[in-house]
Design a binder for this molecule. Structure first.
Ligand SMILES: *[C@@H]1O[C@H](CO)[C@@H](O)[C@H](O)[C@H]1NC(C)=O
Ligand SMILES: *[C@@H]1O[C@H](CO)[C@@H](O)[C@H](O)[C@H]1NC(C)=O
Ligand SMILES: *[C@@H]1O[C@H](CO)[C@@H](O)[C@H](O)[C@H]1NC(C)=O
Length: 209
């Protein structure tokens, strides 16, 4: 059976696209796990695969501002090469996790208590929003701008997010744009406003020295 021109075209696209789909997560490793250089494997035990850095949050008083506690390969080296990581997100009433992206991972957020308004914007500029209740999950597709807001008057919220990378990375939109010394004129033109407005916005995001 001969293939039509369209069928050949789609076949060609599939063949071209397939190798890229296979490298969409962290690179595969050629060992069971990766240990830091100089590690004596004989001494390796369950402790290397255990992270206790989240323990202090259990039964602690909720923070007074939005707080992220990460368990990425930086804090938990055994994640290196395993394509997973976690973050614990604590939201006092009225607090926001400002618009940001994770360039290397999808985020799967699980709301453990409280309520949360969440949203992301796709590459066609369409906004998807949801109001989550405790026990709900929401997926933020890889690389897209997203946010979370605790809209409650009085109650804090807590979520646990899983990432499909040991080093998902975070790019915060406000501090990337206004906290990195991009020229005022360039920002004024980009945001269709004046230099004074840009300078006012920059006051909230002092550049790191
Ligand atoms: C690794 O640890 C074992 C057990 O303590 C020890 O016998 C061995 O000499 C160590 N190897 C190296 C390369 O340090
Ligand atoms: C957040 O709150 C903690 C105490 O809960 C405080 O130490 C810290 O400075 C606050 N951070 C900001 C950016 O306000
Ligand atoms: C918030 O909680 C405090 C302490 O429980 C209570 O006194 C206050 O009335 C609450 N405020 C609102 C807006 O629910």
């Amino acid at each position: 059976m001969a293939l039509t021109v369209e069928q050949r075209f789609f076949l060609a696209i599939l063949v071209i696209a397939f190798p890229f789909s296979a490298i969409s997560g962290d690179p595969d490793i050629l060992s069971d796990f990766v240990v830091p250089p100089g590690t004596n494997n004989t001494l390796l035990d369950g402790n290397f695969f255990t992270y206790t850095g989240i323990r202090p949050l259990v039964n602690s008083t909720p923070p007074t501002n939005f707080t992220v506690t990460k368990a990425t390969m930086v804090e938990f080296p055994a994640l290196n090469g395993q394509s997973v990581s976690y973050a614990v997100l604590q939201y006092p009433a009225g607090s926001v996790n400002p618009p940001h992206t994770h360039p290397r991972a999808t985020e799967l957020l699980f709301l453990t208590y409280g309520i949360l308004e969440v949203g992301f914007v796709d590459t066609t500029n369409k906004l998807f929003t949801q109001r989550l209740e405790a026990g709900d999950m929401f997926v933020f597709p890889k690389g897209l701008v997203h946010y979370q807001f605790n809209c409650a008057d009085n109650d804090s919220a807590m979520a646990i997010s899983a990432f499909g990378s040991a080093a998902a990375g975070t790019v915060s939109v406000p501090s990337t744009v206004f906290g990195t010394n991009i020229d005022d004129d360039i920002l004024a033109k980009s945001f269709k406003t004046d230099v004074y407005t840009i300078q006012k916005l920059k006051e909230g995001f002092p550049p790191k020295a």
